[in-house]
Design a protein around this ligand. Structure first.
Ligand SMILES: [Zn+2]
Length: 289
């Protein structure tokens, strides 16, 4: 079956929506510490440095935000546990002159806190939780897979505090729940990439020069290129391993650029063969896109 795609293209910009830190064992699953600690730096608490990477797509009509980061609704204790920087998608957008009400669509790979936390904010920052919550992007629709939305509401996760009501309830009436692969906007296709969650989706588009794939936590950083490097938070590590191989093979064969949701340094990479000709892939940073 050939895929009918729109030829619509987008001005594409990478946004850094906040650094944070997670336990290295959690991030690398079954990979022994002796190995992963050679791939990435760890701190005294055994945490590794990550970034919440997002993308802004503009075509003159729509301003589409892919991922929203962890947002601002965190107290000092949370910020200390996760080493969270005081920075959000709103800050990243302000730096390029975009206001929250100019965002027309937010597309999320999945609804864990570090991807969906930024879709809501405190209505009154001085009162925190007591003042209630509101959508961060007042005019935006929120596009996720129906399966992800259902699992998030039912809190089906190996983590108890990642699908938070404060992220989800205030935007419930904005949700566009997609079922499977679909060109949800002209030139933007979502494709299921299960494993990390059952309902995770990749987002695909073109800027006229490159084709992009943003697959969420299928492969969160360059250090996750190893087939077995799936996070310990995955609901199905075996499925994620197979999903990742399929995504990497396709990017390499078709020359698509990959956007890594949590790489601390290089959000956009291309997938190439190993210099020694061995099996497996290398993710090479793109200096500019
Ligand atoms: Zn994540």
């Amino acid at each position: 079956m050939t895929e009918q795609r729109s030829t619509n293209t987008f001005k594409t910009e990478a946004l850094r929506t906040g650094r944070f830190r997670l336990d290295g064992g959690g991030m690398f699953g079954i990979i022994p510490q002796a190995l992963w600690s050679k791939w990435v730096e760890r701190d005294e608490a055994n945490r590794v440095g990550l970034q919440c990477n997002a993308m802004l797509l503009q075509d003159g009509e729509r301003r589409i935000l892919i991922e929203s980061g962890y947002g601002e609704k965190w107290n000092e204790k949370d910020r200390s546990i996760f080493g969270m920087e005081d920075r959000t998608a709103v800050d990243a957008l302000a730096e390029i002159g975009i206001e929250p009400d100019q965002i027309t669509d937010v597309i999320l790979t999945h609804l864990h806190f570090d991807h969906a936390g930024g879709i809501t904010r405190w209505s009154d920052p001085k009162r925190g939780d007591d003042g209630g919550f509101e959508p961060t992007f007042p005019k935006a629709r929120i596009i996720v897979q129906a399966r992800e939305w259902e699992d998030a509401l039912a809190n089906r996760s190996t983590m108890t505090k990642t699908y938070l009501e404060s992220h989800l309830k205030p935007i419930a009436d904005r949700i566009v729940a997609v079922d499977g692969m679909s060109e949800i906007l002209a030139g933007v296709t979502v494709r299921p990439v299960p494993g990390h969650t059952w309902g995770q989706q990749a987002i695909e588009w073109s800027d006229g020069k490159h084709e992009y794939v943003f697959p969420g936590d299928v492969c969160p950083t360059r250090a996750h290129v190893h087939p077995s490097a799936s996070t310990a938070y995955d609901v199905e590590p075996w499925t994620n391993m197979n999903t990742k191989q399929a995504v990497l093979n396709r990017c390499r064969e078709e020359g698509r650029l990959l956007v890594l949701g949590h790489d601390p340094d290089s959000p956009v990479v291309r997938c190439v063969g190993r210099p020694d000709g061995g099996r497996g892939h290398v993710l090479e940073p793109m200096e500019s896109i």
